[in-house]
Ligand binder design. Structure first.
Ligand code: DX5
Ligand code: ZN
Length: 220
């Protein structure tokens, strides 16, 4: 079954609890939190304080996507704040294997992220050590960007490899996922769909339900 991970980057922070509860009511499986440091990407978003607040809003897993240059310095603060999954970019300035180990040592699920121009091969050396591979379907930095269909073959390639090798790694996609693109990524093999602007705004619970339906190939 497909999992839906609303990205709170597009939520209204003046009513975060209510919006998170509505997304949960619609069947959100986990929540995606986008952390940006103004270096790895130009934008700056949220830190452990918001993860801590989210931890008190929901019992669903918190999936923390670190778009930061030195993720190794921030693993403990995010783990202490209540993250369940922590994903780090292979393009950032760190020893990826060591950072994965830091996440494991904190008792959390490690994942790696690859940007649209980065090949799947760059993630292969880490597959035996991670629970989740996040394939970006936009260049990271902001919500509301257009889905990049040229990433679809990479999603298929990753899914094929993970299935063949029985790697036990969930495949997550992030960026531009909406009612038009959801079925394309699930047909290509995505297990977890992150969506920000397609969920927050309007009827949040209904949007989660509808996104799941189209992702699973049903009409709404
Ligand atoms: C992009 C972030 C995404 C973003 C998705 O840098 O990693 O998680 O919030 O937003 P939408 O779904 O609007 O593309
Ligand atoms: Zn993200």
């Amino acid at each position: 079954m497909v999992k839906i991970a609303p990205s709170i980057l597009s939520a209204d922070y003046t009513e975060l609890i209510r919006q998170v509860q509505l997304a949960e009511k619609g069947g959100a499986d986990l929540f995606h939190i986008d952390v940006m440091d103004g270096h790895f990407v130009p934008n700056i978003t949220v830190g452990p304080v918001i993860v801590h607040a989210m931890r008190r809003c929901t019992k669903r897993p918190l999936d923390v996507h670190l778009m930061i240059e030195h993720p190794e310095r921030m693993i403990k603060p995010f783990a202490d704040a209540g993250a369940d999954i922590i994903t780090v970019h292979v393009e950032a300035a760190h020893d990826v294997r060591k950072t994965i180990r830091l996440i494991e040592d904190e008792g959390k699920s490690p994942g790696v992220v690859i940007n649209p121009p980065t090949s799947f091969e760059k993630a292969v050396p880490f597959l035996s050590d991670i629970d989740l591979l996040l394939i970006m379907t936009v260049n990271p930095g902001s919500a509301g960007q257009k889905f990049m269909p040229e990433v679809l073959p990479k999603i298929k390639e990753a899914k094929g490899y993970i299935s063949r090798e029985n790697a036990g790694v969930e495949l997550e996609v992030d960026g531009g996922i909406n009612m038009q693109t959801a079925s394309k990524v699930t047909s290509a093999g995505a297990d977890i769909l992150v969506a920000g602007s397609a969920i927050f705004g309007g009827n949040i619970a209904q949007r989660v339900r509808n996104l799941r339906k189209v992702a699973e190939g049903q009409g709404i």
